[in-house]
Design a protein around this ligand. Structure first.
Ligand SMILES: Cc1cc2nc3c(=O)[nH]c(=O)nc-3n(C[C@H](O)[C@H](O)[C@H](O)COP(=O)(O)OP(=O)(O)OC[C@H]3O[C@@H](n4cnc5c(N)ncnc54)[C@H](O)[C@@H]3O)c2cc1C
Length: 406
C-alpha cells in the first residue's frame, strides 16, 4: 500500500507543503485538494501589482503548471473538502467522493470577515481575498471612478494606494481613530495617514458606517453624523476569519485557529495544520499565535511537512510581515502589543526610518519604513532578548550589527 499524504487547501501554505514533502524525499502519494480553480498562488500581489497593472495570475503562481505533474503532486482543484472521517482516515469531498489518507495536513487558510450592515450585498461591493476578487475590482478601477474603501488595515490601505495608481478617487473609512491599529504604534499609523493624504486619499477616521445605499447597485455609503459618501464601488477590508470548520466538525481542538503544537500536530496525531488557519505556540512571545502572513504560511507549512515525513523539529516563526502602500515599503517584526518605549532611528520626514518597540529595554517589535535592509539585523537584536540602551538604538551612526555584538 502506498503511503498517502493529503493536503486540504491549495493556497500558499498547501502549495509549499506539497513542495517540501517532495524535497524531503517523500515518495508516497501527495494529494493537494483546493476549492479554488487555480493552482496555488501568492496573495500579496492581489492588492498590489495585480490591481495596478494588467498582469495575470502567472505573476503570482507558486509553481509552473507543469511542476505538479513533474513532481507527482495530484492536484484536485475546484474540490471542496466537506468532512474528515478520522476513524476511516479519509477526506470527504462535496459530492461524496472519499480521498483516503495516512496523514493529513490542513492548510485551509482564512476567508474575509463580512460587514453586517444594511445594503452590504448590493452589486458594486467587493472583498479581496482571491484572484477573482482582484480581477473584479481592477476591472472597475478607472480614472475618475469613485472608490470607497472600508477598513484602514493593510488590505484596505494597499487597495486604496493601488486604486489611486489607477486614477480612481479614493475615500478610506476607518472606524478607529488610527490606521493599522492592530499592527503598528499610533505614531506610525499617523505617519501613514499623512502619506495617504499626500497621495490624494480622502481619509476619514473614527467614522461609523450606517449602511451602503443605492438603487440596485452601490451609490453611496451612509455614515452616522456625517454626509453620505458617493461611491461607484466599495471595497471592504475588515479582517479575516480562519477556516476552522472542517477541523471543528472532525472533533479536532479548535479555538481562534486549529490548535497545533510546536511541530504542527493537531489533537489527532495523523493530522497536521499550518498557515493562516493554525494556532501555534510561539517561543519568542510565550503565547499561542495565529499568524496571517506570507512568510509564516510558507515557512510553517514547509517545516510541518518535513515533520510529517522526518525527524520532528519545533517550528519558530520569524514574525515578519510587510506591506507596500504608494511608494513606501513597511516591514514589521515582533508583536507590538505591550511596549513602554518607542525609539525612532532616522528622520521620519526623510521617508526612510525605523522604530523599535521596547519593553523594559528589550526589543519586542521593530518597524522599518523604506529601510528593509535594516530588518534582518534588527530581528537579530530582537531575538537576542538583550537589554538595549535606547540612545544607542536611536543613533544611526552606530551599526545595528555592531550593537548586537556588544
Ligand atoms: C490581498 C492580500 C494581500 C496580502 N499581502 C500580504 C503582504 O503584503 N505580506 C504578508 O506577509 N502577507 C500578506 N497577505 C497574507 C498572506 O497572503 C496569507 O497569510 C497567506 O496567503 C496564507 O496562506 P494560507 O495558505 O495559509 O491560506 P490561504 O492563502 O487562505 O489559502 C487557503 C486555501 O484553502 C482553500 N480551502 C479552504 N477550505 C477548503 C476546503 N474545505 N476544501 C478545499 N479547499 C479549501 C481556500 O480556498 C484557499 O485557496 C495578503 C493576503 C491577501 C488576501
Amino acid at each position: 500500500m502506498t503511503d498517502t499524504i493529503v493536503i486540504v487547501g491549495a493556497g500558499h501554505a498547501g502549495g509549499r507543503a506539497a513542495q517540501a514533502l517532495r524535497q524531503a524525499g517523500f515518495a508516497g502519494r501527495v494529494v493537494l485538494i483546493g476549492e479554488e480553480k487555480y493552482p496555488p498562488y501568492e496573495r500579496p500581489p492581489l492588492s498590489k501589482e495585480l490591481i495596478v497593472t494588467d498582469a495575470g495570475l502567472e505573476k503570482a503562481r507558486l509553481h509552473d503548471p507543469a511542476y505538479y505533474e513533474q513532481h507527482k503532486i495530484e492536484l484536485m482543484l475546484g474540490a471542496q473538502a466537506e468532512a474528515i472521517d478520522r476513524a476511516g482516515k479519509a477526506v470527504i469531498l462535496a459530492g461524496g467522493a472519499r480521498v483516503p489518507y495516512d496523514r493529513l495536513m490542513l492548510t485551509t487558510g482564512a476567508r474575509v470577515r463580512k460587514l453586517p450592515i444594511p445594503g452590504a450585498d448590493l452589486p458594486g461591493i467587493f472583498y479581496l481575498r482571491d484572484f477573482d476578487d482582484t480581477q473584479a475590482i481592477r476591472a472597475r478601477l478607472r480614472e475618475g471612478v469613485r472608490a470607497v474603501v472600508i477598513g484602514g488595515g493593510f488590505i484596505g490601505l494597499e487597495t486604496a494606494a493601488s486604486a489611486r495608481k489607477r486614477g480612481a478617487a479614493v475615500t478610506v473609512l476607518e472606524a478607529a481613530d488610527r490606521l493599522m491599529g492592530r499592527a503598528v504604534a499610533p505614531e506610525i499609523g499617523a505617519w501613514f495617514a499623512e502619506l495617504h493624504k499626500r497621495h490624494g486619499v480622502d481619509l476619514r477616521l473614527g467614522v461609523r458606517i450606517k449602511a451602503i445605499e443605492g438603487d440596485g447597485k452601490v451609490e453611496r455609503v451612509a455614515l452616522d453624523g456625517a454626509e453620505p459618501i458617493p461611491a461607484d464601488l466599495v471595497v471592504i477590508g475588515i479582517g479575516i476569519v480562519p477556516n476552522v470548520e472542517l477541523a471543528a466538525l472532525a472533533g479536532l481542538a479548535v479555538e481562534n485557529g486549529i490548535v497545533v503544537d510546536e511541530f504542527g500536530r493537531t489533537s489527532d496525531p495523523a493530522i497536521f495544520a499550518a498557515g493562516d488557519c493554525a494556532l501555534q505556540p510561539n517561543a519568542f512571545t510565550g503565547r499561542r499565535l495565529r499568524l496571517e502572513s506570507y512568510q509564516n504560511a510558507q515557512d510553517q507549512a514547509m517545516a510541518v511537512a518535513r515533520n510529517m515525513v522526518g525527524e520532528p523539529k519545533a517550528y519558530e516563526d520569524s514574525l515578519w510581515v510587510w506591506s507596500d502602500q504608494h511608494d513606501v515599503n513597511l516591514q514589521m517584526t515582533g508583536v507590538p502589543l505591550a511596549y513602554d518605549k518607542l525609539v525612532w532611528r532616522g528622520d521620519p520626514a526623510s521617508g526612510a526610518f525605523m522604530v523599535f518597540y521596547l519593553q523594559n529595554g528589550r526589543i519586542v517589535a521593530v518597524n522599518t519604513v523604506n529601510l528593509g535592509r535594516e530588518m534582518k539585523p534588527a530581528q537579530r537584536l530582537m531575538q537576542s532578548r538583550k537589554v538595549f540602551d535606547p540612545a544607542q538604538l536611536a543613533d544611526p551612526t552606530l551599526r545595528l550589527l555592531k550593537l548586537g555584538k556588544e
